[in-house]
Design a protein around this ligand. Structure first.
Ligand SMILES: Nc1nc2c(c(=O)[nH]1)N[C@H]1C(S)=C(S)[C@@H](COP(=O)(O)OP(=O)(O)OC[C@H]3O[C@@H](n4cnc5c(=O)[nH]c(N)nc54)[C@H](O)[C@@H]3O)O[C@H]1N2
Ligand SMILES: Nc1nc2c(c(=O)[nH]1)N[C@H]1C(S)=C(S)[C@@H](COP(=O)(O)OP(=O)(O)OC[C@H]3O[C@@H](n4cnc5c(=O)[nH]c(N)nc54)[C@H](O)[C@@H]3O)O[C@H]1N2
Ligand SMILES: [Mo]
Length: 780
């Protein structure tokens, strides 16, 4: 038994939680202290201090933390949570063959997600042996042959699923999708399906490109920034520097967040000596509104309604219009229909659905109107709802009213999650590829490739559940814990005949085994990648469409680990042979892959040379140039009615008990399904993850006190029971009727079929649930 096993709080049934209050500011000294703790914990502090100095710098590596862009100046380009991600990857702890000899899969299944990843890096390729119930070492070539054997036996290539998580490099993702398509399928479920999918769907339709229109520099020129449904203090800490700088320069920041997130209130830069060492901090939000879960579309509708009402008033008094009629006429379609829709939406409906008063929304609208240049940013609080596509299109509508797209300091900014999730999409991880893309690839490899739509995460899980899909290969990630409806997801994965995981650390996805399973250990961003032609670099694209090189500098922990590219190329060669693509040449020199990308995607022309520019190069954005590449060739005002009812109102009708809407979110000490620690410093939680945040009035109504233990049960239109138990009540500043709890512990509550309209994204921020008090004994 590892000595850690008994010391990790997750494993102690009497873990005591120290009650802490919410801090007055985010960042500052506490951030520095936490960074140092995680660096020391990695067991190689010297290496990781060197790593941090290279993070997000030229000739260094791209931080695997988030997709925020890099500043040009400054000595240090990392943040506390980036440091955690780096220290987590760059550790000397190993989950090696000895470890798997000691622990059976049945034993590992009983351990927490935290414990599994805590064991360290995967170092050798492994195959599951059902006779012994252990993972055992396998030779790399045998592993590749085994995958080829399964794939070539399938009666249709569409029986295989190729999942990608957004850490994969452009090069790995490109050859992965090339291999999948040459094998014959477009089944490319990816983490983005559970993340920003709605942004892509909405923006493609409205403005003809599925990406944000701003660059990092635009933040220096904005007069107002509207931040919708995101928690940058934890998830994009480097964005805090941009917000802090803008705020200090007089830019007005308006936050819409269901919770009062401390970093959006007051933030201290750990790089500013005064803010580091004294209680001083920068006020971030000038206006902070807390809508109900799923209430943002109504809130934005309210802002637009006020703008129209005021516009009418101004015009009737003979003054200038306050909306940008020139922009609207020249660049948009559907304005009249949208105008009518807004006029038809009552203030009563807006107030009821948003949970905000008309007066609050007028304040926000006035900030909007007074600003010449406005940026709107958003993340999961907007994208993980049933009506996310419509909500994002409402944000676009708002921006079109004043021509806040395509000018300096203004635009749309979906803040991406994984560090290269945007790049993965750009280079072809897409279950619905455009015919232009397939034609270009077909030309590249001189082989006909499929045009038909493939599976996203939702379709892939359904196909595995009904056994029409039989093989799943995952390039990174942890689909078992990241996907909704944990019981069904585990069943889906366990139905597979072969489950292949290309990973850095042990996780739940390695333990959902059907007939056969492989773990293929890869090197990460921080590590040296030496191939036949010498040291290699890979490339990534940030949320601002900047592409740059990333090169690790640490010796890999084991000589048996391979790069993701070598692994994908190895599988491809074993399955397809070398007739159309010389896979080994791609592994030998990644420049060759970049040349192939150049040939396929015009925006990557001269790829290898352009990487030499400091900071990389900008892929460009058509909408930012006021070119609209959608069907209508214009920016569209989208005309949607507000949802008639939000989910809980819908289910409440036939229920006596009060129902709540639950959002599932990240703590400060996790990276998606990777849990670094059990604290959530900015929300005053320590040593706990199984907690549920509730408004004091709601708690009183149910007779619940702080620290009482509850079972949470979700309500859905099937009769399947979805519950999690042993959750501790935390009284919190949260709108009545809403709850919050951490992901992935609450994923069992998210019904697989509860998905966004047209995005298929799990509605992780709106689940109808009820609470039941249980005996005050923790069930661990
Ligand atoms: N350290 C760290 N960094 C990360 C990640 C991580 O796990 N850890 N994950 C990465 C990934 S993949 C992603 S996608 C991003 C995620 O970044 P975020 O989107 O910031 O992540 P969440 O924790 O899901 O936070 C959602 C935020 O939206 C608010 N919210 C929820 N529902 C609503 C709503 O209906 N309306 C409004 N207005 N607000 C709402 C919540 O209160 C919370 O503040 O971060 C990336 N960066
Ligand atoms: N309830 C609920 N569910 C959610 C969300 C939510 O807010 N609520 N958020 C959703 C979102 S936004 C996302 S993006 C998904 C995340 O879904 P995923 O991307 O699938 O999950 P991660 O937790 O990021 O994956 C962690 C694993 O990736 C592997 N890994 C780490 N680095 C590397 C690397 O460099 N290469 C390779 N090959 N493997 C690596 C490690 O083995 C680690 O265990 O979860 C989604 N699920
Ligand atoms: Mo994400």
């Amino acid at each position: 038994m590892s000595s850690l096993e008994n010391s990790t709080p997750a494993h102690s049934s009497h873990a005591s939680s120290t009650k802490e209050s919410k801090p007055q500011k985010a960042g500052g000294f506490s951030s520095l202290k936490s960074t140092i703790k995680h660096i020391i914990d990695s067991q190689q502090p010297k290496t990781n201090i060197k790593n941090l100095l290279k993070a997000n710098k030229d000739k260094g590596f791209d931080c695997p933390g988030c997709a925020w862009g890099d500043q040009k100046e400054g000595l240090l380009q990392f943040c506390e949570n980036g440091a955690k991600a780096i220290a987590w990857e760059s550790t000397t702890k190993k989950a090696d063959t000895q470890f798997f000899k000691k622990h059976s899969v049945s034993y590992l299944k009983k351990q927490s997600d935290y414990w599994l990843e805590y064991q360290g890096r995967l170092t050798e390729p492994l195959r599951y042996n059902s006779a012994t119930d252990h993972y055992e070492e396998i030779d790399w070539q045998d592993a590749f042959k085994l995958i080829a054997h399964y794939l070539t036996q399938l009666s249709s290539p569409d029986q295989a699923e190729f999942y990608t998580s957004g850490r994969a490099s452009n090069e790995a993702a490109f050859i992965y999708q090339l291999f999948g398509r040459m094998y014959g399928t477009n089944n490319f479920p990816d983490c983005s399906n559970m993340c920003h999918e709605a942004s892509g769907v909405a923006l493609n339709e409205s403005i003809g490109i599925g990406k944000g229109t701003v660059t990092l520099e635009d933040f220096d020129h904005a007069d107002a920034i509207f931040v919708f449904g995101q928690n940058p203090g934890t998830n994009h800490p480097r964005m805090m520097n941009a917000l802090r700088k803008s705020s200090r320069a007089g830019c007005k920041i308006v936050s819409f967040n269901n919770l009062k997130e401390v970093a959006l209130e007051r933030f201290a830069s750990p790089q500013d000596p005064l803010e580091l060492l004294t209680p001083s901090a920068t006020t971030i939000s000038h206006l902070y509104l807390t809508p109900k879960l799923g209430g943002d579309m109504a809130a934005i509708r309210g802002i637009c309604k006020h703008i129209f009402e005021k516009n009418e008033q101004e015009m009737s008094q003979g003054r200038d219009a306050i909306i940008n009629n020139n922009f609207i006429e020249q660049h948009t379609l559907n304005f009249d229909k949208y105008y009518q829709q807004v006029i038809n939406t009552s203030w009563q409906k807006i107030e009821q659905q948003s949970g905000l008063s008309k007066a609050q929304l007028l304040n926000a609208a006035e900030v909007y109107l007074q600003a010449e240049r406005v940026i709107c940013t958003w993340a999961m609080g907007i994208t993980q709802h049933k009506h996310s596509v419509a909500t994002i299109q409402e944000i676009v509508n708002l921006q079109l009213l004043k021509g806040n797209i395509g000018k300096k300091g203004a635009g749309l900014c979906p803040v991406r999650g994984h560090s290269n999730v945007q790049g993965n999409r750009t280079v072809g991880i897409n279950e619905k590829p455009s015919s232009d893309f397939i034609n270009a690839l077909t030309h590249l490899v001189d082989k006909p490739l499929p045009f038909t739509s493939g599976h996203n995460v939702y379709h892939a899980l359904k196909a595995l559940l009904n056994k029409s899909s039989k093989v799943i290969i995952c390039l990174g990630g942890n689909i078992a814990a990241a996907a909704p409806d944990t019981e069904q997801t585990l069943e889906a994965l366990s139905n597979s005949e072969l489950n292949v995981q290309i990973s850095t650390k042990l996780n739940r996805s390695h333990l959902a085994i059907g007939k056969d399973a492989l773990i293929l250990p890869c090197i990460g961003r921080t590590e040296l990648d030496i191939q036949a032609s010498g040291p290699q670099h890979i490339t990534v694209e940030d949320t601002f469409s900047m592409v740059h090189a990333s090169q690790g500098n640490v010796e890999p922990l084991s000589s048996a680990q391979k790069s993701e590219i070598a692994i994908v190329a190895g599988i491809a060669q074993a399955t397809l042979g070398n007739q159309h693509v010389k896979w080994q040449e791609l592994t030998d020199n990644y420049d060759v892959i970049r040349d192939m990308i150049s040939e396929t995607l015009p925006e990557f022309s001269d790829f290898n040379n352009r990487l030499n520019a400091p900071g990389g190069f900008y892929l460009g954005n058509s909408a930012a140039k006021l070119q609209w590449l959608n069907k209508a060739k214009k920016a569209l005002f989208s005309v949607h009615t507000l949802p008639e009812k939000l989910i809980t109102e819908h289910f409440q009708e036939n229920k006596k008990q009060p129902l709540f809407t639950l959002q599932t979110l990240r703590s400060h000490d996790q990276y998606n399904t990777t849990v670094y620690g059990l604290n959530d410093r900015y929300r005053g939680v320590s040593n706990e993850r199984n907690v549920v945040f509730i408004n004091i009035k709601d708690a009183k109504k149910l007779g619940l006190d702080e620290d009482d233990i509850v079972t949470i049960t979700s309500i859905w239109s099937d009769d399947k029971k979805r519950s999690v138990s042993g959750f501790k009540i935390k009284i919190y500043d949260i709108p009545q009727g809403n709850l919050a709890a951490y992901y992935p512990e609450t994923n069992p509550l998210v019904p697989l079929d509860s998905i966004g309209d047209r995005s298929y994204t799990p509605t992780s921020k709106a689940i109808a649930v009820m609470l039941e008090k249980t005996a005050n004994e923790r069930i661990i």
